[in-house]
Ligand binder design. Structure first.
Ligand SMILES: C[S@@+](CC[C@H](N)C(=O)[O-])C[C@H]1O[C@@H](n2cnc3c(N)ncnc32)[C@H](O)[C@@H]1O
Length: 222
């Protein structure tokens, strides 16, 4: 057994008691196959929980029940796989163009028996518009470009959630015009997990307006 799974922090049981076992299995997969295949840097392994898994897990607080979610540029499954684990009520599409990564993602989905996650090998800009209630992303592109890819995927009134670092406010200011053109309605910067996590998560949330997606209901029939 790998060190990472043995060291599952007590906080995981406290915050996500029902998901602790699959989260630990995913942590182990990232620490082993994920690093072997170059999807996670070896230096990330000791901080997998703090900087990656828990950081991603807390964004579930912003996602309405039973949403259809696309995680754009999910890479090794962050935050998409984590969301599918901690929120079985969600339907999560793991959107990633690179074959090496989608192969790993499919193996992870199978191993973790995630019935509510689907691997979609595609670029965000090639997906049909107005397909999702929520579109998440982490470390994919600057906010303006990300909004061009993600907002059109949201249904009207849907939510784009971009995990960002210290640059969140600056990026939001810089992309204001673009966001307006794309029909963004409400933008907000959230700090999540401030009281529980060593590194709180910063998320920019943007409500999609009419120009962004289209119909009020997700077109995906899942
Ligand atoms: C730096 S990685 C981040 C991966 C993961 N979200 C994370 O936080 O660890 C960026 C990912 O975005 C993907 N990507 C780049 N352009 C994309 C696009 N237009 N549509 C979807 N994914 C894209 C890349 O293939 C890559 O896996």
């Amino acid at each position: 057994m790998n060190d990472v799974s043995r060291e599952t922090p007590p906080l995981v049981d406290k915050l996500f008691p029902r998901a602790a076992v699959p989260l630990s299995a995913y942590a182990e997969l990232l620490a082993t196959e994920g690093t072997l295949r170059g999807l996670i840097g070896p230096r990330e392994v000791p901080r997998l929980w703090d900087r990656h898994l828990l950081n991603c897990a807390v964004i579930e607080r912003l996602i309405p029940e039973e949403s259809s979610v696309a995680d754009v540029g999910t890479g090794a499954g962050l935050p998409g796989i984590v969301l599918a684990i901690v929120r079985p009520d969600l339907q999560v599409d793991l959107v990633e163009p690179l074959l090496r990564r989608t192969t790993f993602l499919q193996e992870a989905v199978d191993l973790l028996e995630l019935d509510n996650a689907t691997v979609v090998r595609a670029r965000a800009e090639d997906l049909p518009p107005a397909s999702y209630d929520v579109v998440t992303s982490r470390a994919v592109a600057p906010l303006g470009k990300l909004a061009r890819w993600c907002l059109p995927l949201c249904v009207e009134g849907g939510l784009m959630l971009a995990m960002k670092g210290a640059s969140a406010e600056e990026e939001l200011d810089a992309s204001e015009r673009e966001l307006m053109k794309l029909g963004a309605e409400l933008c907000h910067i959230h700090q999540l997990g401030g009281e529980e996590l060593a590194n709180p998560t910063t998320v920019v949330s943007i409500v999609a307006g009419r120009a962004a997606g289209g119909s009020r209901h997700a077109r995906h029939g899942r």
